[in-house]
Design a protein around this ligand. Structure first.
Ligand code: NAD
Length: 475
């Protein structure tokens, strides 16, 4: 049994003031496998006070010190690989291979990227007789979702530590153990007491007091738009800075000259990876009318071949979704898709055969989707592909951008001029041409209702910095 019912505050594991706990459920078995503290406002207060008491000291550490600290974290993170992979497979239900090759690696990449960005990030610049200084903003509240337990936490923590900001982290109560292991890593390498504080619990009990606390100067949040909007409202009371990474409904434009087999493969993975619980999932597949039938045949073949099942089995490609609520939400969207007249090509309602226990859903494809339909406009956060057709490139771009979101966008094809034209015209923060891999030193974030701010690498560090101008510094 995974059990950590204490909070990590001021360099120590301490009892929660609530004396309450939350069971953590394995989505593949629907059984509790762990227990955490259900923190409360007093826990948050203690954590904020600890972070506040050392923020000036940490802010004034040298860049070299923070670079070494991040380097030590990288090494210890690598030592804890097995534990991290095990925890994420249990709490999130990701196939063990993805826990290792995707989740573990992404977390690691952010600590490395922040460490390396310190080699070139300019914290002090002379402009004539003036000096412009960038320094840590101060106590930062980090609130993260469940879909990428090491990625979402690591990218914020790495940015904050590199900047010199002290933090209070509240990870998702659905997937807390990856963050608990991170706390153990920081403790082991000697992150100074008070610099990192972990308060486990739910949104109202812990997240809300974080967004209301006046000593917190910025809140960095990743999660749903609904929660992001509540946090922003609370933060507006005392003008805290907010950094928000929210949802998406990202388009995947397939060009007529694309290698059909490769394009279909790419499009399927952009929908089924992490059981579709990806903020940058390419869930609107935008295909030329001229190749529609061949494309549908290909994606059906490829999606039907996705092996769904027990995440502990190394041959499995897709595990369950996180919980019953998420399962029901996906079912509801599939129902709406059918009701609104889209054609169900594959999958649909109910669980996959022989997977009655666990929150498993069927990889699903809809064709004849109009971009105004609910399944084309709302984030489903499940393995559901909506195929929409276009007649010319301008129409494809118009459909792609016709959404309240603007997180990611993808294009696949052969002609580089057309690929570049489409990629440049997308209104989104994160764009890929032909599945080109994105590294952790590239900025990540969304346009429109997908968020505010940019994370990862040097951009992620800048989120935790204030800018100070001193005029007449040199006279
Ligand atoms: P969520 O908004 O329900 O929860 C996110 C976090 O906020 C959790 O830790 C939760 O406990 C906390 N929270 C809940 N209510 C709160 C409140 N009132 N005040 C403060 N904190 C509160 O989101 P989720 O269900 O965990 O994650 C799924 C959503 O996250 C999806 O919409 C997805 O698109 C989005 N997401 C976005 C990105 C991105 O980078 N843009 C990445 C991953 C997930």
């Amino acid at each position: 049994m995974f059990e950590q019912t204490k909070q990590y505050i001021n360099g120590q594991w301490v009892e929660s003031h609530s004396n309450e706990t939350i069971d953590v459920i394995n989505p593949a078995t629907e059984q509790a496998f762990g227990k955490i503290a259900k923190g409360n406002a007093q826990d948050v207060e203690d954590a904020v006070n600890a972070a506040d008491s050392v923020y000036l000291e940490f802010r004034n550490t040298t860049v070299e010190y923070r670079k070494n600290l991040l380097n030590d974290i990288v090494k210890e993170y690598e030592n804890r690989k097995e534990d991290l992979v095990k925890a994420m497979t249990l709490e999130l239900g990701t196939p063990v291979t993805a826990s290792e090759n995707v989740h573990y690696e992404m977390g690691l990449s952010h600590f490395k990227a922040a460490r390396d960005a310190l080699d070139h990030l300019n914290f002090r610049e002379r402009r004539g007789n003036n000096v412009v200084i960038k320094e840590a903003i101060g106590v930062s509240g980090l609130i993260t979702p469940w879909n990428f337990p090491t990625n979402q936490t690591a990218l914020k923590l790495a940015g904050a530590f590199a900047a010199g900001s002290t933090v209070v982290l509240k990870p998702s109560e659905e997937t807390p153990f990856a963050a608990i292991i991170l706390a153990e890593i920081f403790d082991k390498v000697g992150v100074p007491a008070g610099v990192f504080n972990l308060v486990n619990g739910d949104g109202m009990g812990v997240g809300n007091p974080i967004s209301e606390n006046e000593k917190i100067r910025m809140v960095s949040f990743t999660g749903s738009g609904n929660t992001g909007s509540k946090i922003m409202e609370k933060a507006s009371k005392d003008f805290k800075k907010v950094s928000l990474e929210l949802g998406g409904k990202s388009p995947y434009v397939i060009l007529a000259d694309a290698d059909l087999d490769k394009a279909a493969d790419a499009a399927v993975h952009k929908v089924v990876d992490n059981s579709g619980q990806v903020c940058i999932a390419g869930s609107r597949t935008i295909v030329p009318e001229s190749i529609k039938d061949d494309f549908i045949a290909k994606v059906k073949e490829k999606m039907a071949a996705i092996r769904v099942g027990d995440p502990q089995d190394a041959s499995i490609e897709m595990g369950p979704v996180i919980n019953e609520k998420q399962y029901n939400q996906i079912q509801k969207f599939i129902e709406i898709g059918i009701e609104e007249g889209a054609t169900l090509e594959l999958g649909g309602l109910g669980k996959p055969e022989a997977l009655e226990t666990g929150y498993f859903v069927q990889p699903t494809i809809f064709s004849n989707v109009d971009n105004s339909m609910t399944i084309a406009q709302e984030e489903i956060f499940g393995p559901v592909m909506s195929i929409i057709t276009y007649n010319d490139i301008d129409e494809a771009i118009k459909i792609a951008n016709d959404t309240k979101y603007g997180l990611a966008a993808y294009v696949y094809g052969s002609d580089m001029d057309t690929l570049q034209k489409v990629a440049t015209a997308f209104e989104a923060g994160v764009i890929e041409i032909n599945e080109y891999p994105r590294s952790a030193d590239m900025p990540f974030g969304g346009y429109k209702q997908s968020g505010i701010g940019r994370e990862w690498g040097d951009y992620g560090i800048e989120e935790f910095l204030e800018v100070k101008t001193i005029s007449g510094f040199f006279q």
